[in-house]
Design a protein around this ligand. Structure first.
Ligand code: PLP
Length: 450
């Protein structure tokens, strides 16, 4: 049989696929988080995906808790999204000229996040954060950027220091190839520590262009902001004339109709507080519905500093690509209250069940959740307040995840191949898919406890 036969046809040898891939792709993958380095074994080469399921080249089907690392909010290959893509593709793949689709997508983003008065479409979350940082430097005339240990903002040179995600999985302090000059312009602070932010601004406030933070971090495991943390960042940055960049690449349009900012502000207003608004938002993942679309949004006063109106240059041959935009627009139009209610419900059921299975196996752990995102920290973390920063996340018994992961995979459930990643659910995770996951937890918990 052909190694890569008809999608879903099966019969191909996954190991042979991996061997062949390693001869031409470094590590056999196009992005390091897909490698199975920290869990061992061969990454599954996928041939197709539908709803809550993915199918590998050998024809084996798994319930998917990766969801393309976030974009698949509606599940895979939603028929209406596929139809929108097919229809757009038939009209032309790329024009290099403005389209009404881009306008409609930007309007939809602004409808959900009114503070995003203007939106620049790009192709990846990395480009979105890179653009936000350049814009912040351009409008402030300052060089230094503050980021938090354990937060991942894509593979932007300035933002790789102590980054989460694959950088955490590989236990790297940063990346080779980032110049010392660049690293010197990045201040890395512990997450959830406003005193450290105050101190940094007291010392170097006049040099700091921006603070960038994940709206609710999910790249060191799920570590939600402590009450008042994001508001505190807003207060401190505003007092010093620095911009606050809220990275919602992962959380945007996934944890709620707008994202984490919307959820948190609704809660704050419910308590009679004013809420907070960052200067810039970055979006990705769900906004492209599985195609390469990401975005930077913010007030016109800041965004209009971008070329062609302003001096901050940013561009892209494939930016606002019509086929990709069609996927994003169709996805957002389908992402209604029922979708968010379903992902919340599934996340609630799964996060309690995995905790109960680990309890029954006698394995100390913490399950942390932010909206529909959750992850498990293994071991006796002795942190009654929960895992609040990267140092605590790294202190867990990471080795336990290997056995847990493979027991789930053997039972037909595909988890992220790293303990530092969030588990993603979709609105297509129906009761049958959820049951398969629930049935797999007890044995996986026992395997992890060994
Ligand atoms: N920001 C956050 C919070 C992310 O989680 C990611 C990717 O996982 C990025 C930025 C980078 O996005 P991309 O992988 O599309 O470049």
């Amino acid at each position: 049989a052909a190694l890569f036969g008809a999608p879903g046809a099966g019969g191909a040898d996954n190991h042979a696929a991996f061997v062949r891939a390693q001869a031409v792709l470094p590590g056999g993958v196009s992005s390091p988080v897909r490698a199975y380095g920290s869990v061992g074994g061969d990454p599954r080469f996928l041939a197709s995906a539908r709803g809550p399921y993915v199918t590998d080249v050998a024809g084996r089907e798994y319930v998917d808790l990766v969801c393309s690392w976030g974009p698949a909010l509606l599940g895979h290959a939603h028929p209406d999204v596929v139809a929108a893509v097919q229809e757009a593709a038939a009209r032309g793949l790329s024009f290099g000229a403005p389209t009404l689709g881009e306008v409609e997508l930007a309007e939809e983003i602004r409808r959900r996040v009114p503070a995003a008065e203007r939106v620049r479409l790009v192709s990846t979350g990395t480009e979105a954060t890179m653009t936000a940082i350049r814009l912040a430097r351009g409008v402030t005339g300052r060089d230094v950027v503050v980021k938090f240990a354990g937060c991942y903002h894509g593979h932007v040179d300035a933002l790789l220091a102590e980054a989460g995600s694959g950088v955490a999985t590989l236990a790297l302090p940063g990346s080779a190839g980032v110049t010392e000059a660049t690293a010197a312009e990045t201040l890395v602070l512990p997450y959830n520590d406003l005193a450290a932010v105050e101190a940094a601004f007291a010392e170097r406030g006049s040099e700091i262009a921006a603070v960038i933070t994940e709206a609710s971090p999910a790249n060191m495991g799920v570590v939600p902001p402590a009450e008042g943390f994001n508001e505190g960042l807003r207060r401190i940055t505003a007092a010093h004339g620095a911009l606050l960049v809220l990275d919602e690449v992962l959380t945007g349009f996934r944890v709620g109709p707008s994202g984490w900012w919307g959820l948190e502000n609704a809660a704050l207003r419910g308590q009679g507080a004013d809420g907070y608004t960052p200067d810039l938002f970055t979006f990705g993942k769900v906004v492209g519905g599985g195609m390469p679309v990401a975005a930077v949004g913010g007030p016109a006063t800041v965004m209009d500093q971008l070329a062609p109106l302003g001096p901050v240059y940013q561009a892209g041959t494939l930016s606002g690509n019509p086929v990709a935009v069609a996927a994003g627009l169709a996805t957002l139009r389908l992402a209604d209250d029922a979708v968010y209610a379903r992902v919340d419900e599934v996340a609630g059921v799964l996060s309690s069940a995995v905790g109960a299975a680990l309890d029954a196996a006698g394995l100390p752990h913490r399950v942390q959740r932010a909206g529909s995102l959750f992850s498990v920290f293994f071991g006796d973390l002795a942190a009654s307040a929960g895992v609040r920063d990267y140092a605590q996340a790294q202190a867990q018994e990471t080795f336990r995840y290997r056995a847990f992961f493979h027991a789930m995979l053997d039972a037909g459930v595909s988890l992220p191949p790293s303990v530092f990643e969030a588990w993603f659910v979709s609105a297509a995770h129906d009761d049958a898919a959820v049951t398969r996951i629930l049935d797999a937890f007890p044995a996986a918990a026992r395997a992890a406890a060994k």
